[in-house]
Design a protein around this ligand. Structure first.
Ligand SMILES: NC(=O)c1ccc[n+]([C@@H]2O[C@H](COP(=O)([O-])OP(=O)(O)OC[C@H]3O[C@@H](n4cnc5c(N)ncnc54)[C@H](O)[C@@H]3O)[C@@H](O)[C@H]2O)c1
Length: 429
């Protein structure tokens, strides 16, 4: 089913009238009534963080796992509970003001787009979407309807990262020609494709968990919870998981748009899971903060990164397990994930002044923006471009060692086979 048809059917199912965003407004001094989709794992954190704002009233909770739903309901007993977000929207459409989506990646776009169709502001976890076309569609809808949106990259608002972007833009290391970034996490799987099936736990609605993705038998410890990240149909591997955080600051600092070429070195595709080790090389068009072009190299897997002179640490210093190295004309800036940056010049750490900044809470910023008091720093207009860049690297892991050429204007690769992976067919469920 096409995304458009999914939404049409879903709106009919929901029986809701779709209102333009301008009609929606919060009355002065009224609380922001929130609906939370996915309330286990990171969703539980998102729920507490949003609810910690004094102007929030948690109004609806939704999860396909009744254990996670019960745990959330214990904390917010006045909220209505659902296992199907479509039913939540149908019944609570007029009683909610904003939606938080914290499900696995394949459900980000279906749930967020439906919420935005109804004119609701959306806080959606990272990566914004599972497929490139969904990212562009989310951006377009948010912009067309002028909705408040925020992607769940909470460290985007932290002082360490905002200050680093300022330092890079101030020319601390001159124009940047390369960024090398890495994560030693392993959200890939190189083993055999599982066979057979296990009984679906009585607490899990497997059909709703699969949502718009293809039907598949349930297997314990392979999909839910959390493990779905490793798999092509639901997640985006380590690059999609950690790359969104780690590449966010370079992306902001260097004011990048989407890349021109992408090449991944990894194992052959197995049609089921993302590779356990990836080296992804991107080339981005230059900006005022970069050389003529910017090279970005991503390394993931337990032994990442591979050795490289641009990653060499000062004598006796250990490289962080995850982070990014900006390489510029006048030196290098190491940005650990998570921490403050360190300047390396001629192989040694050098002192520098870090900008003085006020703390910002990424979640509260979203709530305050919904209340008309501020703007979000990672709206979908930004998040969609960052996510698209990341996802193009994820697509490239299906074409090892082949350089893919991306055309920003037509939103197509020059390589026909890769274009088939930009979208997904939505299942009716
Ligand atoms: N920003 C961060 O630091 C951060 C950290 C961890 C995870 N995440 C993101 O949060 C999202 C969730 O990751 P996770 O690790 O919590 O996964 P998880 O599998 O542990 O939890 C997902 C939750 O969503 C529920 N769920 C699944 N499908 C649903 C549906 N269709 N409707 C309602 N509920 C549904 C599950 O039952 C579970 O409670 C992912 O997008 C992930 O990338 C972000």
């Amino acid at each position: 089913m096409k995304r458009r048809d999914f939404l049409k059917n879903a709106s009919v199912f929901a029986g809701v009238t779709l209102l333009p965003s301008s009609v929606w407004a919060i009355t002065k001094n009224a609380k922001l009534r929130t609906a939370h989709i996915g309330v286990g794992g990171m969703g539980a954190e998102d729920l507490k963080s949003i609810a910690s704002h004094s102007m929030v009233e948690v109004t609806a909770l939704c999860d396909v796992d009744s254990n996670n739903l019960a745990a959330a309901q214990k904390l917010y007993p006045n909220a209505k509970v659902y296992k199907d977000y479509r039913k939540l929207f149908a019944e609570m459409g007029k009683a909610i003001d904003a939606v938080i989506v914290s499900t696995p990646d394949h459900t980000h776009a279906p749930a967020s787009i439906m919420a935005m169709e109804m004119g609701k502001p959306v806080y959606c976890q990272k990566p914004l979407t599972h497929h490139v076309t969904e990212a562009r569609a989310m951006r377009k809808m948010a912009e067309d309807k002028k909705l408040v949106t925020q992607m769940g990259i909470q460290i985007h608002s932290w002082k360490e990262y905002r200050g680093t972007a300022q330092l890079i833009q101030s020319g601390l290391i001159g124009k940047v020609h390369t960024v090398r970034a890495w994560s030693n996490k392993n959200w890939g799987y190189d083993g055999p494709v599982p066979t057979g099936s296990d009984p679906v736990p009585s607490t899990l609605d497997w059909n709703l968990w699969l949502g718009t993705s293809p039907e598949r038998p349930y297997k314990e410890k392979i999909y839910h919870p959390g493990q779905w990240r490793k798999l092509l149909d639901y997640g985006c591997g380590t690059l999609g998981d950690m790359g969104v955080h780690i590449f966010d600051t370079p992306y902001t600092a260097l004011q990048l748009d989407v890349p021109k070429t992408i090449m991944t070195q990894c194992r052959k595709p197995n049609g089921f899971a993302h590779p356990e080790h990836n080296v992804v090389t991107y080339e981005f068009p230059g900006t005022q903060y970069t050389a003529n072009t910017l090279k970005w190299v991503w390394y993931d897997g337990p032994k990442a990164p591979k050795k490289h002179k641009e990653l060499k640490m000062p004598k006796g210093e250990k490289r962080p397990d995850q982070g990014a190295m900006f390489v510029g004309e006048k030196g290098r800036l190491l940005l650990p994930h998570i921490g403050y940056p360190k300047l390396i010049v001629n192989g040694k750490f050098e002192e520098f002044k870090f900008p003085e900044l006020e703390a910002v809470d990424h979640y509260h910023q979203f709530v305050d923006a919904c209340l008309g008091k501020t703007q979000t720093s990672a709206p979908f207009s930004y998040a969609a471009r960052l996510t698209e860049s990341i996802l193009l690297g994820v697509v490239a892991n299906r074409f090892p060692d082949e350089t893919l050429h991306w055309d920003n204007a037509t939103q197509r690769f020059s390589e026909a086979g890769a274009n088939l992976l930009l979208d997904m067919k939505y299942r009716s469920f």
